[in-house]
Structures are given as structure tokens and as C-alpha cells.
Design a protein around this ligand. Structure first.
Ligand SMILES: Nc1ncnc2c1ncn2[C@@H]1O[C@H](COP(=O)(O)OP(=O)(O)O)[C@@H](O)[C@H]1O
Ligand SMILES: [Mg+2]
Length: 222
């Protein structure tokens, strides 16, 4: 489903990621762990086509997306990728509900259909009562759950999540985790999740440990 071929990332003279190779199968659930600053978010962004590697190739669902134009990337993202950002990235002047269906708004369906699905997703993350609220009126944990609901709106083939349970209490963390696992079970969605949460990592098929811009030698579960 996803292959990173000798990718690296530099910012000026700074070598952020050093030659990384990684293959992830369809429906696999992979957790990325490692200390702050080790390059986890950078790796996720490259894998999801939000950013380009300095060298190497990113192949997603048989397409070499690292060579794609911005327009091509935008359509890949809207068709098959879900992304949950570490800092949520909600649009401030849209309601929770509108934020959830924003990723599919360009599609030619009726807005009522979008609303219906977005409402269902908000229900799954226990936010029905906050649908008409704006991000500024929500707590950090609520914003995070809106971001989670949004990532599911396009039924992604692959979901990238950067510490999706990081700001959540036990109850909401568990409901987000359940949502991720349901998605994988129902749709065979591939999951690549950066996490510090041992509970999330325990549920993964495979754990990847990063340090200093590199992936540490494989440690298989089971
Ligand atoms: N746009 C950027 N410009 C310069 N340095 C960056 C940029 N983004 C990230 N970095 C640096 O890359 C390193 C890895 O960052 P990041 O991928 O966010 O790590 P992690 O998610 O593991 O905490 C950090 O040292 C960070 O300061
Ligand atoms: Mg990070």
C-alpha cells in the first residue's frame, strides 16, 4: 500500500530524515514511536504527500506521489488519504460540522448528504451537541475529535494520524481508538499512527521506533 524508497529530508543544512526505507501492506496497522524531534511528524507528512522528500520516492497505492504536482497530490489526498494532524488544523470560521465535511465539499453530492454523514461521524466521537460550534468554542480534546471525524469523511484507504489520542482523556482516547480499529476492520483501511500511547502501540501489527531521523532495526510484535 505504501513504500518509502530511500527517502531523506533536509531543511537547509539540517538533515532531518536520513535515508529511510519502509514498506507497509494494505490493512496493516503500524505505530511509529520515538522521542520528540526524532522525525516522526516529518516522516508522516512525506508519506502522506503533504511534503516532498529531498531524495527518494514515495509510492502510495502504486502511484509515485513524490513526483506528483500539487493538483495531483490534492486529488490523491481527497480520494484516498485521511490525515489527523498533531495540531488539528481546523478552519476557524467553519463550524465543527462544516469542518468535518470540508474534505469532500468539492464532490458533486448534495450538501444534505455530506451533513448526514458528518453528523454520524460527530456522533461517533461524542460531539453531536457541538456540531454548530466553532473551533474557538471547543476544548483541545473536542477539536481533536473533530479532526478525527474529518479524517474519516472520505472513507480513506490509508489513514495517517499524528498522536491522535495525545490530548484526550481516557474515555475519549478510547473512543478514538475504537473508531480507528472499526475503520480498519470494516474497510481494510491501512493505519500509520505516530503515538506515545502504549495502549495504541499494543494494538498495532507492527511498531516502528525512530531515533535521530532514522528507523531503528525492526522489532516485530508476536
Ligand atoms: N519546516 C521545518 N524546518 C526546519 N526544521 C524542521 C521543520 N520541521 C521539522 N523540523 C525539525 O525536524 C526535526 C524533526 O521534527 P518532527 O518530525 O516534528 O519530530 P517529531 O514529530 O518526532 O517530534 C526537529 O528537530 C524539528 O525541529
Ligand atoms: Mg511530531
Amino acid at each position: 500500500m505504501l513504500e518509502l524508497k530511500s527517502i531523506s529530508k533536509n531543511y537547509g543544512d539540517l538533515e532531518i530524515l536520513k535515508i529511510i526505507d519502509l514498506k507497509i501492506k494494505k490493512s496493516e496497522f503500524v505505530a511509529i514511536m520515538g522521542p520528540s524531534g526524532s522525525g516522526k511528524s516529518t516522516l508522516l507528512g512525506l508519506a502522506a504527500g503533504l511534503d516532498k522528500p529531498s531524495s527518494g520516492e514515495v509510492i502510495l497505492d502504486n502511484q509515485t506521489i513524490s513526483n506528483f504536482t500539487e493538483n495531483q497530490l490534492a486529488s490523491v489526498r481527497s480520494e484516498k488519504i485521511g490525515f489527523i494532524f498533531q495540531n488539528f488544523q481546523l478552519v476557524k470560521n467553519l463550524t465543527a460540522l462544516e469542518n468535518v465535511y470540508l474534505p469532500v465539499l468539492f464532490q458533486k453530492n448534495k450538501v444534505e448528504d455530506f451533513e448526514k454523514k458528518a453528523n454520524l461521524l460527530l456522533e461517533k466521537v461524542n460531539l453531536t451537541s457541538r456540531a454548530k460550534h466553532f473551533p474557538g468554542q471547543l476544548s483541545g480534546g473536542e477539536e481533536q475529535r473533530v479532526a478525527v471525524a474529518r479524517a474519516f469523511m472520505n472513507n480513506p484507504k490509508i489513514l495517517f494520524a499524528d498522536e491522535p489520542t495525545g490530548n484526550l482523556d481516557l474515555k475519549n482516547g478510547n473512543s478514538v481508538l475504537k473508531l480507528l480499529l472499526d475503520l480498519k476492520k470494516e474497510n481494510g483501511t491501512t493505519l500509520l499512527i505516530v503515538t506515545h500511547d502504549e495502549k495504541v502501540a499494543k494494538l498495532a501489527d507492527r511498531i516502528i521506533k525512530m531515533e535521530d531521523g532514522k528507523i531503528l532495526p525492526n522489532k516485530k510484535k508476536k
